[in-house]
Write a protein that binds this ligand. Structure first.
Ligand SMILES: [Zn+2]
Length: 463
């Protein structure tokens, strides 16, 4: 298995620290609003990566944090005159609703910053003791000049980074690139007691502390969006390695951004397309196919057309599975060389820097083969392909894995009853009522077609 490592800028052979175990950390959301489709890309990609590592026999320990102390959360709590926890807990609950609807598995640990304040204070004390941090008026800053490898992850020297960064004229800092480990509390802000007075942690230190507390000194994989490389991950790396003197992360994996009319999608630019709206409109499998059909490191252009065509692909695959399940009986095929050959194509694709577009292309090809085998009444081949797709390849990518399938089936039973009722009405020439059924079904996304051999239906959108 090989991954592109942002640190080395090379594709590297994957070698975990402890045999058979992968310790993986993904930076999670700052919980001050509903998540948008841009947040969903790392969720889908790194959930699929975790599933794939498990498929390849690793035990994966995955941590994804919630940033629940932050300026944006505090501003919102002041705006609504509520405790910051009321804001963060509300949006953590909404995050779980969205991630479950997307069919992304919960990480093994989902730590919140506010639960780790004593550990964070302890880490900052150690950084001060090691001369990597200094205190000014109740604030504590990390000194980037104290860490000679600073800039290693972003592949820039401190001076180049300084030239590119927006310089904030904070005279308290010794170097403009120094960043806050601890911020003193302004009146009305939530605070924790510390050796430097009342205040709260800065953003970067939380990830260093929570990841190493839960996963140990060296993580196998640290993942996140490429917009986090600088300053967030550069700072995490500097803090962690300054503290432990050991390598913080073996493989840094970064996903490309979603582009929407050319700009990065984020809450701050206002280019928001809420995940739950996209889920309602296109369904989880369409969104996953949309994300996985591009390599995770490439930027992805958001467009309604791309999502609609992903939705069509999802419907086609789902209909193929439903057809198999209604025409053939469940059985487990014997392993043979054909299955092994397809399996190794699948594994080769994903071993190659997690090339999901190639793995998806194989899935699409096998869906065509499955339809052909069913057309030909070739039960043995159909069973093999169905099993490989349904039990192995799709679940590894997190596709067609949601419990809603059961609900979809009951909807289909209901549609069949309505079709029967409509046929009775038509036989009695009650066309007005039968047309009403058809047009009302169309409004909820179900299209009926009257054919010589009877009425068929298709889902024109997820219901
Ligand atoms: Zn982080």
């Amino acid at each position: 298995m090989r991954f592109y490592n942002t640190l080395s800028k090379h594709i590297e052979e994957f070698k975990e620290n402890e045999p058979g175990v992968v310790r993986m950390y993904v930076c999670g959301p700052t919980v001050y609003g509903l998540i948008h489709i841009g947040n969903a890309r790392p969720m889908v990609v790194f959930d699929a990566l975790r599933r794939y590592l498990e498929y390849r026999g690793y035990r994966v320990i995955m941590v994804q944090n919630f940033t629940d102390i932050d300026d944006k959360i505090i501003n919102k709590s002041i705006e609504f005159s509520v405790d910051f926890k009321d804001i963060s807990e509300t949006f953590i609950a909404e995050y779980w609703r969205d991630s479950m609807a997307l069919g992304v598995r919960a990480p093994n640990f989902s730590p919140k910053t506010s639960d780790f304040v004593p550990e964070i204070i302890n880490a900052i004390q150690n950084l001060i003791a090691k001369n990597h941090a200094y205190v000014v008026d109740g604030d504590v800053y990390f000194s980037v000049r104290s860490f000679p490898r600073y800039g290693e992850l972003s592949h820039r020297s401190i001076d180049e980074l300084k030239a590119g960064a927006r310089i904030d004229l904070n005279e308290k800092k010794r170097d403009p690139l120094d960043f806050a480990l601890w911020k003193s509390a302004k009146p009305g802000e939530p605070y924790w007691k510390s050796p430097w007075g009342n205040g709260r942690p800065g953003w970067h230190i939380e990830c260093s502390v929570m990841s190493t507390k839960l996963l140990g000194t060296t993580l196998d994989i640290h993942a996140g969006g490429e917009d986090l490389i600088f300053p967030h991950h550069e700072n995490e790396k500097a803090q962690s390695e300054a503290l432990t003197g050991k390598t913080f992360v073996k493989y840094w994996l970064h996903n490309g951004m979603i582009k929407y009319t050319g700009d990065k999608m984020s809450k701050s630019t206002g280019n928001i397309f809420l995940l739950r709206e996209a889920l309602k409109k296109y369904g989880a499998d369409a969104l996953k196919i949309f994300f996985l059909s591009k390599h995770y490191r490439s930027p992805i252009e958001f467009s309604e057309e791309a999502l609609s065509s992903a939705a069509k692909a999802a419907t086609r695959i789902n209909e193929t599975f439903l057809r198999f399940e209604s025409e053939f009986s469940f059985a487990i095929p014997k392993q043979d060389s054909w299955i092994n050959e397809k399996r190794s194509i699948f594994i080769d694709s994903l071993d190659d820097d997690f090339n999901t577009p190639r793995a998806l292309a194989l899935i699409f090809e096998l869906v065509n083969s499955l339809n052909r085998a069913m057309d030909d009444g070739n039960e043995r081949d159909a069973l093999k392909i169905y099993h490989l797709l349904r039990r192995e390849f799709c679940p590894v990518l997190g596709l067609f894995d949601l419990p809603e399938r059961a609900d979809n089936r009951s909807i289909e039973e209901l549609v069949k009853i309505l079709i029967d009722v409509r046929a009775e009405l038509r036989a009695k020439k009650q066309y007005e009522l039968s047309d009403m059924i058809r047009s009302k079904l169309r409004k909820v996304g179900i299209e009926l077609k009257d054919m010589p051999q009877g009425t068929t239906y298709t889902f024109i959108k997820e219901v």
